[in-house]
Design a protein around this ligand. Structure first.
Ligand code: C2E
Ligand code: MG
Ligand code: MG
Ligand code: MG
Length: 285
């Protein structure tokens, strides 16, 4: 009796797992087609100085514009893409498209200092990653010192030597690096002093309940203190309220991004945003 019930549960479990696997495979295939059919688009979220609100950068965030389902969030499809080398192709497309757009903006007279691009662990550790970056820089004419790559702690995890080696190579070109979602990974802090990192991005989850959650505030303060000793700048993610911004100002956090300033925007809306924020100087180029 118990045995057959167990088998039944098992079968139920297996078929649920099978359904999940089928669904992932379906999405994976649709995503591959989406990349081929130009259905991926980049949105850009403005990054500002905390002290005076100056616009200092744009983070490229990919979306999937599906004819039937509308706009699909990267939180839904990037993890699936990361299961295979599809993330290599998507990552390369994002880098190319972002740099192309950024150079076009500069040529048109928009003067935002920096473009940030998210890089997945699998993409970063691909043997041809550095070569891909070289190719994109050459193809687009992107100024390497205007390019910031965001990697997560998972990039470093278990692969510190390859990470240091590649980062050093890219930094020699003038590219800068941020640790994205800082504080949410499981890596030790020891790696930080060995990596040629420029910036920590404090994860949104630590900013969320400021100024009500005293533990989160203590974490943000501790990250600020550590960053200052190690000579990293800090960007706060997910800033939604004036109080959060005020808290960051008091603690000398340099940069922020979040809905308080602006949601991620499609390219044409970013142009208007840049114009409103004094980043457009016609005739300057
Ligand atoms: P992320 O790099 O940490 O990006 C920040 C995410 O927080 C974005 O979500 C952004 O829309 C959202 N966000 C920004 N400000 C606020 C705010 O004030 N409040 C709230 N609630 N959310 C805010 P998005 O665009 O859905 O991207 C999710 C994640 O997907 C990104 O997190 C990143 O890890 C990944 N991703 C996006 N584009 C790419 C890409 O081109 N390549 C790779 N490898 N990953 C990407
Ligand atoms: Mg990011
Ligand atoms: Mg982040
Ligand atoms: Mg985050």
């Amino acid at each position: 009796q118990a045995k057959s019930a167990g088998r039944r549960v098992c079968r139920l479990f297996d078929s649920e797992m099978q359904r999940q696997a089928d669904r992932r495979l379906l999405i994976h295939n649709q995503l591959r087609n989406a990349l081929r059919n130009n259905e991926l688009v980049l949105y850009y979220q403005p990054q500002h100085m905390v002290s005076n609100d100056e616009l200092i950068g744009l983070e490229a965030l990919v979306r999937w514009q599906d004819g039937r389902r509308g706009i699909i969030s990267p939180a839904e499809f990037i993890p699936i893409a990361e299961e295979t080398d599809l993330i290599i192709d998507i990552g390369r497309w994002v880098l190319l498209e972002g740099c192309h757009q950024f150079v076009r903006w500069h040529e048109a007279g928009y003067q935002v200092p920096q473009l940030s691009i998210n890089v997945s662990a699998r993409q970063f550790h691909h043997p041809a990653f550095v070569e891909h970056v070289h190719e994109v820089l050459a193809e687009t004419g992107m100024e390497p010192s205007a390019l910031n790559l965001e990697i997560t702690e998972s990039v470093v995890l278990g692969n510190t030597e390859d990470t240091i080696h590649k980062m050093t190579e890219l930094k020699d070109l003038g590219i800068s690096f941020s640790i994205d979602d800082f504080g949410t990974g499981y890596s030790s802090l020891g790696y930080l002093k060995r990596l040629p990192v420029d910036e920590l991005k404090i994860d949104r989850s630590f900013i969320q309940d400021v100024p009500h959650d005293t533990s989160n505030m203590a974490i943000v303060e501790a990250v600020m203190a550590m960053a200052s000793h190690l000579n990293f700048t800090v960007t706060a993610e997910g800033v939604e309220t004036r109080q959060q911004l005020e808290f960051l100002r008091r603690h000398k956090c340099a940069f922020y991004q979040g809905y308080l300033a602006c949601k991620p925007l499609p390219a044409d809306a970013v142009e208007r945003y840049m114009t409103r924020h004094g980043s457009f100087a016609a005739g300057s180029v």
